[in-house]
Write a protein of this length. Structure first.
Length: 307
C-alpha cells in the first residue's frame, strides 16, 4: 500500500536539503531541482588546464551558472575584458586551484579566475600538506604526498582486486623461463604481476601455471600526476579490448596499453602532461579466458605522488 505523502513527511527532507544548500560552496542536486555556487575571484589569475567547455557569456553570473550546471566543472576562467560585442570568454574547468599543479595557476592580463569558496583558502595544512577541498560539505583534507612505489617487491600493496585472476599475485621470479617458455618475464626485482602465472611464494614449485582462464581487475591506490610521464613494464596478451592497463581519472579511462602477445614485458610510457595535477589510478583488466587472455605488469613509476 502506498503511504500518503504529506507536508509533515516532506518537511524534514526539504529542511535537510536547504541546510546542505546554504552550507555548501558548490552544491548540485542530483536531479537538478536546485543548485548553488559560491565563487570567489582571483583577479588577473588564470588556471591553465584542460577545458571542459569554452564559450562567450554575459559575464561572471552567466559563467558561474554554466559551471554549476556542468557536472564536471569545479572552477572557471573569465575574460578580464569584453570582446567587441561586449561579451566575455568563459572557460569551464574540471579541476580547481587547490588540486591543480601550482605552476598551472598563472598571472594573467587576459583572465580572472573563479573557484568555489573553500577553507583551503586559509592554508590550513602544515608541513607541506596539500589541501583538498570538499566543496559540497565545506570541509577539507590535508594530504601528504610521498613518492609512489608500485613494483610489487613487498606484495600486492592493497591494490583492489575483483575476480580471481590476481588472487595468486605477485609472482616470484622468471616463472616463464622456469618452465622453458622461451620468453623471459624481464621483471623488475623478484616480484611482478603475471596473469597466467601461479607462483605466489618462493616455496611454490617454479614454473607453475594458472593459465588464461581466470579473469578480473587489479586497481592501484590513488596518486597525483605531477609531471609529463608515467611508465611501466607490460607484457602478455595483445588484445586491448580484453587485456590492458588503464589510466583512470574521475572514473574515466584516459589512457590504455596492452602487451604484444609475448610473455616478455617491455617498458611503455604514457604522456600525461594534459592531466598534471589530477588524481588518478591505474587499473589492470583481464576479461578474457581465451588465447593470450592474461596481462603481465610491473614497476609502475614516473611523475606521480601517492597519498
Ligand atoms: Ca617488481
Ligand atoms: Ca584471463
Amino acid at each position: 500500500m502506498w503511504s500518503k505523502v504529506t507536508l509533515a513527511t516532506l518537511l524534514p527532507l526539504l529542511t535537510a536539503a536547504v541546510q546542505v544548500w546554504f552550507q555548501s560552496a558548490l552544491f548540485r542536486h542530483q536531479f537538478e531541482i536546485f543548485s548553488y555556487g559560491n565563487f570567489t575571484q582571483d583577479a588577473n589569475r588564470q588556471l591553465v588546464v584542460t577545458k571542459v567547455k569554452s564559450f562567450v557569456s554575459d559575464g561572471p553570473v552567466n559563467c558561474a551558472f554554466a559551471c554549476i550546471g556542468e557536472p564536471q566543472c569545479l572552477s572557471f576562467n573569465l575574460a578580464a575584458h569584453p570582446d567587441s560585442y561586449g561579451l566575455y570568454q568563459c572557460e569551464l574547468l574540471a579541476t580547481d586551484k587547490f588540486k591543480a599543479a601550482a605552476k598551472a595557476f598563472q598571472a594573467s592580463d587576459a583572465f580572472h579566475h573563479y573557484s568555489p569558496w573553500s577553507l583551503c583558502q586559509q592554508a590550513p595544512c602544515q608541513n607541506k600538506g596539500i589541501c583538498y577541498p570538499d566543496f559540497q560539505m565545506n570541509t577539507y583534507q590535508c594530504v601528504f604526498p610521498v613518492p609512489c612505489k608500485f613494483d610489487f617487491e613487498n606484495g600486492i600493496d592493497d591494490w583492489e582486486k575483483t575476480g580471481t585472476v590476481f588472487d595468486n599475485q605477485p609472482t616470484f621470479g622468471d616463472n616463464p623461463t622456469a618452465r622453458n617458455r622461451g620468453q623471459s618475464a624481464n621483471q623488475q626485482g623478484d616480484w611482478w604481476i603475471g596473469g597466467a602465472e601461479d607462483r605466489p611464494s618462493k616455496s611454490t614449485p617454479a614454473g607453475r601455471l594458472q593459465d588464461d582462464g581466470p579473469q578480473g581487475t587489479l586497481t592501484s591506490h590513488y596518486f597525483k600526476i605531477i609531471g609529463n610521464n608515467i611508465s611501466f613494464l607490460i607484457g602478455g596478451g595483445c588484445y586491448i579490448n580484453s587485456t590492458r592497463a588503464e589510466l583512470v581519472i574521475d572514473k574515466k579511462v584516459v589512457k590504455t596499453a596492452t602487451g604484444a602477445c609475448h610473455e616478455t614485458m617491455t617498458r611503455q610510457t604514457w604522456d600525461v602532461q594534459n592531466y598534471t595535477g589530477q588524481i588518478a589510478r591505474v587499473k589492470l583488466v583481464d576479461s578474457s579466458s581465451g588465447s593470450w587472455g592474461h596481462i603481465n605488469f610491473d614497476d609502475l613509476k614516473g611523475d606521480m605522488r601517492c597519498m
